[in-house]
Ligand binder design. Structure first.
Ligand SMILES: Cc1cc2nc3c(=O)[nH]c(=O)nc-3n(C[C@H](O)[C@H](O)[C@H](O)COP(=O)(O)OP(=O)(O)OC[C@H]3O[C@@H](n4cnc5c(N)ncnc54)[C@H](O)[C@@H]3O)c2cc1C
Length: 284
């Protein structure tokens, strides 16, 4: 006979309340668009859940002269609107505005996108990596600030005892671009994603999502770009050739595409990304 499971649902009014529930084993519920798909993936829904949508600071985007602070509960739709037109963050805006579909984007949050451990195709992960974002977690010993690679690579350990509260961006970028390759139709998960960002010293950060299980910086290509005259390839085809030469990705096999294909499309996405950067004001 099937046993009935006692479930609990808490709506936290503050970060402290949410953290207390998390420490007692409740799973954080943000937009719910990923979590509530658990049964489709053969995973049981959690017995205890703490919803964080009523915590005011999690829904704020604060734009200051030298930095931007984004609450973890900001939706993709709100994020795109808040950052649109701010030079340097085109990649984040494009990631927020092109992920999934309008219905999902209205409720899915930036925190949920970064904290979905088993989701390699998250658009905001490479965009935020390229833009050099940091994140803040609320932990038992207070706020803890770490960079995005540390979060992405150690999510199970970190999120077991903490809650993601903020994403922080320095305003030292002049342009960025986010190029994604969905396969069949709008709404499919991207097969491969490339994000690039140029800072005021013409240093280029490059990040790749959906190709390997976790998004990461393409540091060998960043170094190859830096060795070009002027510190950046001025011709998209040159960038494509460098990407072919320095392609150190080990593509993952998945339902949308095989690993070799994900790896193979990267140079052409880099070419498009560099073309987009060069088109940005002042770079052409
Ligand atoms: C049909 C469909 C298409 C999609 N296509 C895309 C796409 O093209 N690109 C893309 O990037 N994404 C895509 N997604 C994924 C979507 O972006 C994620 O579902 C979404 O970002 C998750 O956000 P959420 O707020 O709904 O998170 P939830 O579902 O609420 O949570 C997801 C996970 O994050 C944890 N979590 C959430 N917030 C926090 C926090 N503050 N602190 C700690 N842990 C937290 C939860 O406990 C859970 O484990 C798609 C989803 C669907 C359903």
């Amino acid at each position: 006979m099937a046993q009935s499971v006692e479930r609990s649902f808490t709506v936290a009014g503050s970060i402290d309340e949410a953290l207390a529930a998390r420490l007692q084993g409740a799973v954080v519920l943000a937009g719910g668009t990923w979590l509530l798909r658990d049964p489709l993936r053969g995973v049981e829904l959690p017995e205890a859940v703490v919803a964080v949508h009523r915590i005011p600071s999690l829904s704020e985007v604060i734009v200051e002269a030298d930095r931007i602070v984004i609450g973890a509960g900001v939706t993709h739709e709100a994020l795109g609107k808040a950052l649109r037109g701010i030079a340097g963050f085109e990649a984040v805006v494009c990631a927020a505005e092109s992920a999934a579909n309008p219905g999902i984007r209205r409720v899915a949050t930036i925190g949920g996108n970064l904290c979905s451990i088993d989701f390699p195709a998250a658009d905001l992960a490479p965009a935020l990596l390229a833009c050099g974002a940091a994140v803040e977690l609320e932990t038992t010993s207070g706020p803890k600030r770490i960079d995005i690679p540390s979060l992405l690579n150690d999510r199970p350990g970190l999120l077991d005892q903490s809650i993601l509260t903020k994403i922080l961006l320095r305003r030292d970028l002049i342009a960025s671009a986010h190029i994604r390759l969905p396969l069949r139709k709008a709404g499919d998960y991207p097969v491969a994603i490339v994000s690039l960002a140029l800072d005021q010293d013409r240093r280029c950060r490059i990040a790749v999502g959906s190709v390997e299980p976790v998004a990461r910086r393409w540091t060998v290509l960043e170094q190859a770009f830096a060795a070009e005259p002027g510190g950046f390839p001025r011709v998209p085809e040159r960038a494509e050739a460098l990407a072919s030469e320095h392609n150190d990705f080990d593509g993952r096999d998945g339902t949308e595409a095989d690993g070799w294909y994900r790896r193979q499309v990267l140079p052409v996405l880099i070419k498009r990304g560099v073309a987009a950067l060069l088109e940005s004001e002042g770079l052409a």
